[in-house]
Design a protein around this ligand. Structure first.
Ligand SMILES: [Zn+2]
Length: 208
């Protein structure tokens, strides 16, 4: 295909309209490559091509992403100003450990967001401490009560032992009492027997 003045004029028009090389080729009845080659040879000015128009937002997004990545500049201890939030982020052992660095709430060492976190956890900590203290006190009270109960039980037990030993003693006493009584009875019986014996021995004496 020969490039006539008419065709070149048409090409320039379509090019300026922002048509794609494929579209221009279709319109002129030539290949896309032929269009590209002619555009190059004519040194036509670059124009906002549809492809570029699609690419533009992509580039913008890319820049935004990059910006986002750069934005949280990792604040080291050296970077901190008096008005920088010194809320630690990450593990101090890690390389990417840093500080929040946002502007602080006046008079506070942290930014508004971290003040909320810090003072909430502080409140929780205080509550936890109070709870732990209460639990400890309750535990101590329970232990005291248990001690008292044990002591009481011990006292009861020793009283019981004492009572039992008293009973035993009285039993022993009873037994010895019975033994005494038995002895007395035996002695009485002996006494009653004695005159008879004496009498019989007298008889013998007289017999002799
Ligand atoms: Zn902060």
């Amino acid at each position: 295909m020969a490039w006539t003045a008419e065709k070149i004029k048409q090409l320039k028009k379509l090019w300026l309209k922002g048509k794609s090389t494929i579209e221009i080729g279709k319109e002129l009845g030539i290949s896309k490559n032929a269009v590209v080659g002619k555009v190059h040879r004519l040194e036509l000015a670059a124009r906002p091509s549809p492809i570029k128009r699609v690419q533009k937002p992509t580039t913008a997004t890319k820049q935004k992403v990059v910006k986002k990545e750069i934005k949280p500049k990792k604040m080291t201890l050296m970077d901190l100003k008096l008005t920088s939030c010194r809320w630690p982020i990450g593990d101090p052992k890690d390389e990417d450990f840093h500080f929040c660095g946002a502007d602080t709430v006046t008079g506070k060492p942290y930014c508004a967001e971290h003040c909320k976190v810090a003072y909430t956890s502080l409140k929780e900590l205080t509550l936890q401490n109070a709870k732990a203290k209460k639990e400890k006190e309750e535990q101590e009270l329970l232990e005291k009560q248990a001690d008292a109960l044990l002591k009481e039980a011990d006292e009861k037990e020793s009283k019981k032992t004492k009572a039992t030993s008293k009973k035993k003693l009285s039993l022993e006493e009873q037994q010895s009492l019975w033994e005494q009584q038995a002895d007395a009875l035996l002695a009485a019986a002996d006494e009653a027997e004695a005159p008879k014996k004496r009498a019989s021995s007298k008889k013998k004496e007289t017999a002799i």
